[in-house]
Design a protein around this ligand. Sequence first.
Ligand code: URA
Length: 218
Amino acid sequence: MHNASSPRAPGSVTLVDHPLVQHKLSLMRAADTSTSKFRRLMREVSLLLGYEATRDLALEMTEIVTPLEPARVPVLAGKKLCLVSILRAGNGILDGMLDLVPSARVGHIGIYREPRTLGAVEYYLKLPEDLAERDVILVDPMLATGNSAVAAISRLVELRARSIKFVCLVAAPEGIEQLHRVFPEVAIVTACVDRCLNEHGYILPGLGDAGDRLFGTK
Ligand code: URA
């Protein structure tokens, strides 16, 4: 594991240890943080995680004219990035990332956890058609068992996404291990690696059910 300024190897975990990210995440963890505050914090943290996740996007040089003279300047190369949200909690991260890269394309993968087996069940899929020409950032706030992430990545691999990164707020060691066992080439960007999962597949200490806290459904 390395911090955000180290180079990324395949199968890496980048820990975004920026003080603002850590502070905001701590506020999100507190059980008495309101839904509206949780949602705002998720958006803010996601923008900062997105900043790190997009650090190695390719640039190309282009000619422009400044008010003073012509200049060669760097701009993002190739087709627009594709952000893919694992529904429904992934949408909380999506909002912050879109603040950062408003022209990104967006896909959604609906996956729920079968409560008894914790297995991943896909119920919805809508992605841009030309994934083979796009870098994908897959987002879900909690990397718990890793089953949903692996199911979503399998879809993206099947559709030949050019590259895939996974961004979450909190990761469990079990989830990191599972994701990298199946897809070592997928880099993980996270704000924190927590202690472990409980018997229901929730991350400890974690922040509870990210979807419920984001949408106020409990
Ligand atoms: N999903 C959540 O929302 N929270 C967890 O702790 C684990 C999975």
